[in-house]
Design a protein around this ligand. Structure first.
Ligand code: ZN
Length: 407
């Protein structure tokens, strides 16, 4: 394939997860009567710039259709994270009534609502119709288009440069990385800053988070692979924060390179840490395969053993990572009769591939299952608290990643 970052050809596959439907292609009743399209899901690593990436098999329109069902505000811990991020940025960069904050992939306004509370001018960019509508319902100004160099040039001309551009969990999800980053370089003021939050690849490798690999997640990012991308567009990182979100993320602070802000001690330390860990070598990435297979076999084996013993296991969290795990392990409703999700937009539909029905939480109280498999393990504490009542009938939680545990 051709590398999405440096453009060179390569064919180094480090993990083959088989063929999967797009992980957000939830099935309606009508969809269940039709065949599903599946695409190879293989993690590739470019030996020229070390960007880990999945092959580009599906068109963006199919991945992020109008009914794209992910809403940020449904997670309580994620809202607290966004509020804290806004608070620290407003103080650190002295943002006020004369500043402009722009969020790319503003979703339903989960973060900009806190910017609005502080009276800082702002707008969001969100191509997904349902999420943009939800943000507008909160009174947030949203541009409903895909972000890239062309849109950024237009917005810069119409609305001026931005003092802070926020991009949380989107950099890894764009098919055209270079066009996307060029947009930030165009839209940010020379004195402005950009914060990119993304899941951190070394955490994915270290914590066996292979289930966070799916088609809509095009790139898997490290400092080593992101710095040359920024440099190509006249940008440079000046600081980094390690975050616990999504199993381990980075918040990278970036500014126009001409400003020469200098590297923070944390940034220099992380660069050295990646060099020591061997990120500039394929062996580092290849350790994922065997661990991923072991985890998938453990889940399938657990479900089969429980079913043979007459015990029921259900799942919580109809998220993309659940789909990768269930489809890689070959789990269907035979072993897992339903998945609970809080999002009413997903309820009544079925998981892509596994075709397991998605229902609301009242089903757990009604059917009293012996086990609840928590698919979004990154929200494990929150979910265990929310479902603590399963202990009333001796119910237990099962966490599949990094290794299966029963609690
Ligand atoms: Zn490359």
């Amino acid at each position: 394939m051709k590398c999405r970052q440096c453009g060179q050809s390569f064919d180094q596959c480090v993990l083959d997860l088989g063929a999967h439907p797009p992980s957000n292609a939830y099935l309606t009743e009508q969809g269940l009567r039709q065949p599903e399209r599946r695409y190879p899901l293989r993690l590739m690593v470019c030996p020229h710039c070390w960007l880990a990436q999945v092959e580009d098999a599906t068109a963006a329109e199919e991945l992020f259709g109008a009914d794209y069902a992910y809403f940020s505000s449904f997670s309580t811990s994620w809202l607290a994270h966004a509020a804290a991020c806004v608070e620290s940025a407003v103080q650190r960069f002295a943002l006020g009534a004369d500043s402009l904050v722009v969020e790319v992939a503003a979703n339903d306004g989960y973060l900009l609502q806190y910017v609005a509370e502080r009276g800082v001018p702002h707008y969001g960019i969100e191509p997904t119709a349902a999420a943009a509508a939800a943000a507008r319902a909160r009174g947030i100004d949203v541009v409903g288009e895909f972000f890239g160099a062309a849109l950024a040039a237009r917005l810069r001309a119409e609305r001026g440069g931005a003092d802070w551009i926020v991009a949380n969990n989107v950099l890894a999800h764009v098919p055209d990385l270079n066009d996307f980053v060029a947009g930030f370089a165009c839209l940010v003021k020379e004195s402005g800053v950009i914060s990119f939050e993304f899941q951190y690849l070394p955490e994915l490798v270290g914590q066996n988070q292979f289930d966070t690999i799916y088609h809509e997640h095009f790139s898997y990012l490290s400092l080593l692979s992101v710095e040359p991308l920024l440099a190509r567009h006249g940008l440079a990182a000046f600081d980094v924060e390690r975050l616990s979100t999504h199993g381990g993320s980075l918040r990278l602070w970036v500014a126009p390179a001409v400003v020469r802000r200098g590297d923070s001690p944390a940034l220099s330390a992380l660069r050295a840490e990646e060099a020591r860990a061997g990120l500039a070598g394929l062996d580092f990435y290849r350790q994922m395969g065997r661990r991923a297979e072991r985890a998938a076999v453990a889940v399938l084996g657990f479900l089969a053993d429980a079913a043979r013993a007459g015990k029921t296991t259900v799942a919580y969290g109809a998220a993309a990572k659940g789909n990768t795990l269930l489809n890689f392990a070959g789990v269907t409703s035979l072993l897992l009769p339903y998945v609970v999700d809080r999002n009413p937009h997903k309820q009544g539909q079925a998981m892509p591939g596994s075709r397991i029905p998605i229902v609301d939480e009242s089903r757990i109280r009604a059917t009293r299952p012996e086990y609840v498999l928590i698919l979004p393990w990154n929200l494990r504490a929150e979910i265990e608290q929310q479902l603590a009542y399963i202990r009333e009938w001796g119910g237990r939680f099962v966490i599949p990643i990094p290794e299966l545990v029963i609690e």
